[in-house]
Design a protein around this ligand. Structure first.
Ligand SMILES: Nc1ncnc2c1ncn2[C@@H]1O[C@H](COP(=O)(O)OP(=O)(O)OP(=O)(O)O)[C@@H](O)[C@H]1O
Ligand SMILES: [Mg+2]
Length: 303
């Protein structure tokens, strides 16, 4: 199948600053593709080039088989966007925001109203329908951005941190809707800092750092490739415990007094550590995407 989106040597510069430094990726129809990376990695800049909010500086970006630089208008009609920052019309009600936004896509007045009502129903926002934006909570505004992104029944949906700041209930609702949209064939680009979210929603993802893609693949494959099955976390390991870890040949690192051990068989190793009378707190858990993220992008703050 032809990809829905192809980026080749895609570059974004703002003056002297290179935010996206020549990246390559493609997205298949119906796929949910994740963009992960520390603050400032270039995720939003990449997303903005896809929805033609900022011009491409270099390389190629084709969406629906067309060059974004030459066909931005047609492409934008088929894309739904949930931007990272809330940009709702503060003076309008929830319903009016949706209607006005639909009208930008050339949707007729009656149809725009019907669509807005349908989305309000779909997201169970009936009680917020006539509320002004300024009176909504931060999380509620954020949810409304996701709702608004759907007014034009997009073939490609771009969600830039759609669940940042949402409570667990609202986050799960968004996940459920994303799954539903995927089932209906919508292609999705998702950026997030919630590793669990990326793991459950993304078919494939790219981890970005300093404008480049440092790794890509299916979430479970990335965990298996970089970390293994289990992680043992030990607070202030005793010298004897460290010797056991060394003897087992397990990769490990210490950060802020806490030692992380990556292994295929945590149970066996933890039993050996326990025999050595490790005093501090010891936890065994499953390896996850966050371990991969930290391994590849480091533990230092970026911005
Ligand atoms: N309009 C702009 N003008 C100048 N520099 C910009 C602009 N937008 C972004 N940048 C810079 O480009 C780099 C990448 O920013 P971007 O917003 O793409 O990162 P991000 O991965 O989305 O980060 P975050 O996780 O914080 O949202 C950063 O160094 C940022 O300061
Ligand atoms: Mg961003």
């Amino acid at each position: 199948m032809e990809p829905i989106l192809t980026a080749a040597n895609l570059t974004k510069r703002y003056g002297d600053l290179t935010a996206v430094a020549g990246i390559d990726f493609d997205i298949a129809p119906g796929e949910c593709f994740g963009l992960l990376g520390p603050n400032g990695a270039g995720k939003t800049s990449t997303a903005k080039m896809i929805y033609a909010a900022v011009p491409v500086t270099g390389g190629c970006l084709c969406v629906f088989g067309r060059d974004i630089t030459r066909h931005a208008r047609e492409i934008k009609k088929l894309i739904g966007v949930c931007p990272q920052d809330v940009n709702l019309d503060q003076d309008f009600s929830v319903l009016k925001n949706l209607i006005v936004y639909a009208r930008y896509f050339g949707i007729g007045a009656a149809e725009a109203r019907r669509k807005a009502e349908e989305l309000i129903e779909f997201f169970q926002l009936g009680d917020k329908r006539d509320r002004k934006i300024e009176s909504l909570s931060g999380g509620m505004k954020k949810r409304l951005l996701v709702v608004r992104a759907l007014v034009n029944d997009p073939r490609l949906l771009i969600l830039d941190e759609p669940t940042a700041g949402l409570d667990p209930q609202a986050r799960h609702q968004i996940w459920e809707k994303v799954r539903q949209l995927k089932k209906n064939g919508t292609t999705i680009v998702l950026t997030t800092h919630y590793m669990e979210e990326a793991a459950v929603l993304c078919d494939r993802l790219a981890i970005m750092d300093r404008g480049r893609i440092v790794e890509r693949g299916r979430p479970a494959d990335l965990v298996a490739r970089h970390i293994g099955r289990d992680v043992i976390e030990i607070e202030d390991p005793s010298p004897a415990a460290l010797e056991e870890i060394e003897a087992a040949g397990a990769r490990h690192e210490t950060f802020a007094g806490r030692t992380y051990v990556y292994t295929e068989d945590g149970r066996e190793l933890i039993a050996r550590i326990a025999r050595e009378g490790q005093a501090g707190h010891v936890v065994l858990r499953q390896a996850g995407l966050e371990d991969v993220f930290l391994k590849l992008t480091g533990r230092q703050l970026r911005e």
